[in-house]
Design a binder for this molecule. Structure first.
Ligand code: WTA
Length: 709
């Protein structure tokens, strides 16, 4: 046994050195930022970087904090005394709701804060002015107050893309109640786990919403969520139900007496009520945003009020180039960090008009986004590579039919392939707009790597240089710096803290340190930030020009359509099916969604493979996580390829699913199973016409090293 373990250790050392293999890719041409954009840009001069050089750290970030209105200014910009739990703007007091709403009604009360487009085109869009937003936020804050919620309490939202969601967020922020919005596409059970983890007693939901033409019953998920939370010992007292059509109930699921209340009924009692914004400390939490990691338990990333708000305001100004008169549309969902930072908090802090769309981008046809852009005069557009790939596939010529003009276009969440980038630039942007490819994470609050749209040349496939005040470094497994231009990949880390960085994982401070800071820390007692590089969990390389190319996750996370799914979460869901003995989730390259999930299942002795078991696994995943996690294929195999210590070799099955070479299998305890699985899976995929295109070198690298951390 001891020998076996040694074998495995050796084996893994060899594997991790693979992370350093040279990654060659064709250097793309540069594209110049459009002159008209530069002429009006908030950042138009490269000299802006001089204000954010390392010798000016951390004071450089007061330029971002100064974009906000503070009740009391901070005493200390950055306090490192509880490293790596960084504290920004200590001593300062402010309120996020005041900054996004109240202060704008003094200067432009009648300007639209939000423009909401329902999915059915027969329903008119709604413009909500700053004045109206103020009224709605105050009234909902009064409702929350009446429920007894106060600063520091947590509240869970499971809301679709409707204006009631930002209203609810800003109402909670007004009181200092920490909100946790769960993406509406997640299942009720997934929402329930997050309710339990955060200790919420109130759930806010909606009866229904439109998705691809259907009015979905969303209320049913609230019942599942409350039940799942109860199983974990968390009791939900109140479920607040917004109605998609006030006064008319759109769900089939009955309301639960004594627990479920229609919000429109409650609001009637608080008409015109004003709730003074609470004076909160800069280091108080603003919200939790759950994300997946290497264990089954999701991580509640806790963001601060002062640091987070400063960072999203500053990056919205310089990287989204938001001016007060712009019409800005981010097509992401507010259920993800992108929507929090760059639909709600950043744009509204700057007092601009932020567009929200309820439905799917290609409903009723692939021209919808461009029609919306034309109709509303959108001039800043923001979306994901998955949406771009999909719109390119279903409507490559649609953008040309509409008269709109973007000045900047953002992409976020996944690497964008150069040919998709070029379609975005030439066809969607009509060669008039800069593309900002923004690399960042739920944990980081805002952008870490991106070009400044009016300043920097763009290079397809690279996110660009580090954002202002961000100092990345690429480290190998032995903590050596991988020099730029070396053509070698490594782990991208950020050397110094920044205001947008999350404060901790809710309720799991040890996991916070071990996941994000322990890897390259040499002295756990150190109070010096230089000793605590932030480990992002992404592989990357830095070209000679200082541009970063992000290769993807180095942990057991699969990025499906820009959404992080943990292999452990997928596997635990599959293991709830009684017939299943073992489960392994791997990524498969997908032309639209970037990656899709494939599940490999082995059954308990005596159980026969059947479509019924397959279906049970599918249902289990949809119930536990949600439809976004639905596997592309479920393969019931005779056995899993395993090391002698019993660890499933995910890279071997990932290679099988993607038709690439399985690499060295001599360390497997059961190498003979590899050929069997390959024959089974690949012939079935060939029959279905699912042979993937040839993988790029970086994709090949990702697949071959999947699950090796
Ligand atoms: C990936 C989304 C390449 C990366 C804001 C990261 C990207 C994870 C990019 C975070 C990009 C994000 N290019 N990859 N521009 N942006 N990623 O937490 O692997 O949902 O770690 O935050 O998405 O996903 P998250």
């Amino acid at each position: 046994m001891a020998d076996d373990l040694n074998d495995v250790t050796d084996d893994e050392t060899n594997e991790s050195s693979e992370a350093q293999i040279a990654v060659h890719w064709r250097e793309e041409n540069y594209y110049e930022p459009p002159a008209a954009l530069t002429a009006q840009a908030n950042a138009s001069d490269p000299a802006i970087r001089d204000q954010f050089t390392e010798d000016k750290f951390p004071d450089c970030f007061t330029a971002y904090a100064d974009l906000l209105t503070w009740y009391k200014p901070w005493d200390t910009v950055l306090d490192t005394s509880t490293a790596p739990f960084w504290k920004w703007f200590v001593g300062g007091e402010l309120n996020a709701s005041y900054n996004c709403v109240d202060r704008h009604i003094e200067t432009h009360p009648n300007k639209a804060a939000l423009i909401w487009l329902p999915e059915p085109e027969s329903e008119a869009h709604q413009a909500i002015t700053y004045r109206e937003l103020y009224v709605r936020v105050n009234e909902f804050a009064a409702v929350l107050k009446e429920l007894g919620l106060k600063a520091g309490d947590r509240i869970t939202f499971h809301m679709p893309m409707v204006p009631e969601l930002p209203v609810a967020m800003l109402a909670a922020a007004r009181l200092g109640v920490v909100h946790s919005q769960v993406f509406a596409g997640f299942s009720g059970t997934a929402a329930g786990h997050r309710i339990a983890d955060s200790g919420s007693t109130v759930l806010v939901t909606m009866d229904g919403y439109y998705r691809s033409g259907d009015l979905l019953d969303h209320k049913v998920k609230a019942d599942e969520a409350v039940e799942a939370a109860a199983k974990e010992g968390q009791h939900v007292d109140t479920v607040l139900v917004f109605r998609r059509y006030p006064g008319q109930y759109s769900a089939k699921t009955p309301m639960v007496e004594g627990r479920d209340v229609f919000v429109d009924d409650l609001l009637a009692a608080h008409k015109g009520e004003i709730v003074e914004p609470a004076r909160l400390s800069a280091t108080d939490p603003l919200f939790l945003m759950y994300t997946s990691g290497t264990t089954g338990r999701p991580k509640g990333c806790q963001h601060s009020i002062g640091g987070y708000m400063s960072y999203v305001a500053g990056t919205s100004k310089y990287y989204q180039d938001i001016h007060p008169d712009d019409t800005y549309w981010c097509m992401a969902d507010i259920g993800w960090i992108t929507g929090h930072s760059y639909i709600v908090y950043g744009p509204l802090a700057l007092g601009t008009t932020s567009v929200m769309y309820e439905g799917t981008p290609n409903y009723p046809d692939a021209g919808r986004p461009w029609r919306i852009a034309q109709q509303l005069g959108v001039n800043i557009f923001h979306t994901s590579p998955t949406a771009i790939r999909m719109l390119r596939k279903v409507g490559p010529d649609e953008p040309a039919k509409y008269n709109y003009h973007f000045k900047t276009m953002t992409t976020v969440g996944e690497p964008i392939e150069p040919e998709v980038w070029r379609w975005y630039y030439e066809t969607v942007g009509k060669r008039e707009a800069a593309i900002t490819d923004t690399w960042w994470q739920t944990e980081t609050g805002g952008f870490l790597g991106s070009t400044l749209p009016g300043v920097d040349k763009m290079k397809p496939g690279s996110c660009g240089p580090a954002a202002l005040g961000i100092y990345p470094v690429i480290l190998d497994e032995d903590s050596n710096e991988v020099p730029k231009g070396s053509g070698k990949a490594g782990n991208i880390c950020i050397r110094a803290p920044w205001p947008g960085v999350f404060q901790t994982i809710w309720g799991q401070p040890d996991r916070f340190v071990s996941t994000y800071y322990a890897k390259y820390n040499k002295d756990p007692e150190s109070k010096d930030w230089h000793d605590w590089p932030y480990f992002a969990g992404d592989g990357a390389l830095e070209a000679a020009d200082g541009y970063f190319r992000i290769l993807g996750r180095v942990d057991d996370v699969i990025n499906v359509a820009g959404h992080r799914l943990g292999t452990k979460e997928l596997e635990s869901a599959a293991l709830t099916v009684s017939e299943v003995a073992e489960a392994a989730a791997v990524p498969v390259i997908d032309d639209i969604r970037g990656r899709a999930v494939e599940m490999y299942i082995s059954l308990k002795p005596g159980v026969e493979a059947s479509a019924d078991v397959e279906n049970k696994v599918k249902v289990a995943i949809e119930t536990d996580i949600g439809k976004i996690a639905r596997p592309k294929n479920i393969w019931i195999v005779p056995d899993m390829p395993k090391t002698r210590s019993g660890k499933i070799m995910r890279r071997v099955i990932a290679a099988t699913s993607n038709f690439t070479d399985t690499g060295d299998i001599t360390t497997l305890a059961n190498p003979e199973v590899v050929d069997k699985i390959r024959e089974q899976v690949q012939s079935a995929k060939r029959a279905k016409g699912e042979v993937p295109r040839e993988l790029s070198e970086t994709e090949e690298h990702e697949i071959k090293s999947f699950g090796q951390e």
